[in-house]
Ligand binder design. Sequence first.
Ligand SMILES: [Zn+2]
Length: 188
Amino acid sequence: MREEYLDYRLQSSVLATLDSSYSGGEGVREILEKVNEQGIITEYRLLDEKKLIKKFMSQVYSDQGLAVYGIHDVLKMLKSGIVDTLIITDEIAYMHLEIKCNKCGNTQEKFVERINLINVKKEEFSKSCSKCGSDDIEIREKDIVDLLEELSASSGTKMEVISSKTEEGAQLMSLGNIGALLRFKPSH
Ligand SMILES: [Zn+2]
């Protein structure tokens, strides 16, 4: 690096220059320790996250229609298989509820914030089925992150979890902690 022997095409990939006191495997281990101690990868990771959110926000403000946000819109796009990159913050705290009538099979989906989970479940259990009137209601709950992972895996979607601590992360937080970049504009 210092004597500029490194190929110019590789220069832009250099994250940091560190000294090692050993050669071979021991030197590599020493460098990896220093990388961890100095938080170099973390910084690099944050830079990646910022770039991704910038790309996402510019799509939100453009008229190309390649970005959606909010749990309902993102889920809809994810299920139709056109999400390229799914972005959530580490603050996302929704639960997915599947409310099923055991008598007629009528099923409803609902997303609730974790903090409201107990109240919403109580409320749903107190209702009777809107189709057949039965009180035999069953509720299955799943963490939204697990659901998103399953849906992403089945549609070849990249899923990125970003920190909410950066300015960019806070932007996504204000859009409901979830956004998606689409492969193409959906036909309405
Ligand atoms: Zn029913």
